[in-house]
Design a protein around this ligand. Structure first.
Ligand SMILES: [Zn+2]
Length: 231
């Protein structure tokens, strides 16, 4: 089987998808932000057709919502979707941890150590955006080193969606991940104690979900007839 040919157009679409995903994951673009095509074309020096394809791809990943006549906006996941994303993360991150052997940890030790240093540095300072980014990178790092690219890709999507969920539902000033839990996961993985690593990861994800106020904060569907009755 020959490998698929990657065209210049595909690379360009991927570039736009990556930039928008990153901006959304880092809360530079908040849920509900309108994504005006012309502005993206101008800012990213991109072609309109490529921007449209990128937005459609992000819509398929549920990161962007496209509404007829209103165009694209950053998705606003419902409380139900938020619970489903966390349930999916528990399944996927458990599977990722199961794939990470002590041999992988040994081969990746420098990368992991560098990440943990970045984490300690970020969490001891006050740049909230940097903290959110580095803590989420921990989960992505495990997805990348686990050796199963499908699990890694699914997690990358779930992490962007988690970021939208945190932006919408996180109670103020609660740090999104505790760094020492990350360290416990690493220590267990290095020791080859998969059961302990899974237990800490699942507990960690439960805790992250518990920090959210999962009630629909979006405007409820208003019945126009009721609203206008008797006026
Ligand atoms: Zn975490």
């Amino acid at each position: 089987m020959s490998s698929p040919i990657v065209t210049a157009k595909q690379l360009e679409v991927q570039r736009i998808v990556d930039v928008l995903s990153k901006a959304i994951a880092q809360h530079r673009l908040r849920p509900g932000t309108r994504l005006v095509e012309a502005q993206i074309v101008e800012t990213l020096h991109a072609n309109r057709n490529h921007v449209q394809v990128a937005l459609q791809r992000l819509a398929m990943q549920r990161i962007v919502t496209i509404e007829p006549n209103r165009g694209a906006m950053v998705s606003q996941p419902s409380a139900r979707e938020a619970r489903e994303v966390f349930a999916a993360r528990r399944a996927i991150e458990r599977a990722i941890v199961e794939c990470i052997t002590p041999a992988i940890m040994h081969a990746q030790r420098e990368r992991v150590a560098r990440h943990m240093r970045d984490e300690r540095k970020a969490t001891s300072a006050t740049d909230r955006r940097a903290i959110v980014r580095v803590l989420s990178e921990f989960h992505l790092l495990l997805g990348e080193i686990c050796g199963n690219s499908v699990l890694g890709e699914i997690l990358a999507n779930l992490m962007v969606r988690s970021s939208l969920i945190v932006a919408l539902y996180q109670r103020n000033d609660v740090p999104s991940c505790a760094s020492d839990e990350h360290q416990h996961i690493i220590t267990a993985l290095e020791a080859g104690d998969q059961a302990q690593a899974i237990a800490v990861m699942l507990e960690h994800l439960d805790e992250l979900e518990a920090q959210l106020t999962l009630q629909d904060t979006l405007a409820p569907e208003i019945n126009l007839k009721d609203a206008l009755a008797g006026l």
